[in-house]
Design a protein around this ligand. Sequence first.
Ligand SMILES: CSCCC(=O)/C(O)=C/O
Ligand SMILES: [Fe+2]
Length: 156
Amino acid sequence: MDDSEEDQRLPHHREPKEFIPLDKLSELGILSWRLNADDWENDENLKKIREARGYSYMDICDVCPEKLPNYEAKIKNFFEEHLHTDEEIRYCLEGSGYFDVRDQNDKWIRIAVKKGGMIVLPAGMYHRFTLDTDNYIKVSLTFSLFPLWVLVFLTV
Ligand SMILES: CSCCC(=O)/C(O)=C/O
Ligand SMILES: [Fe+2]
């Protein structure tokens, strides 16, 4: 990413643009798949991933003012660098957004996630999330065990 203070929703490409191969993300412990979001409830590939990795629970979240309680506060929190004690498993069902993670030199890497993209950030990895200029994403939040924080996340 660049170092500009411009709107967080902009791409923030370096000049000239630098693209990072997916295997560089794998070196950081990040997993990703491209799946069929149009038929995610019957997608055998998603089922195989969930069974292989023990992903038992999922919730759907529309990140938009009309459906996400305390939208502005949540959008701000998402972009505050943070970590989770569990993996962060997010599957983009509609829309798009950016997950930012730090590389081995502590520089931000911006990961664009679009419909059909599933990403797993390892437990304990510092990251942040922002919508892009299209201002909408619908994600499934997946969990190995049902974390109580999700009740807080989805209800306050
Ligand atoms: C679009 S995923 C919702 C944000 C979230 O759950 C998180 O932890 C971002 O880092
Ligand atoms: Fe997170």
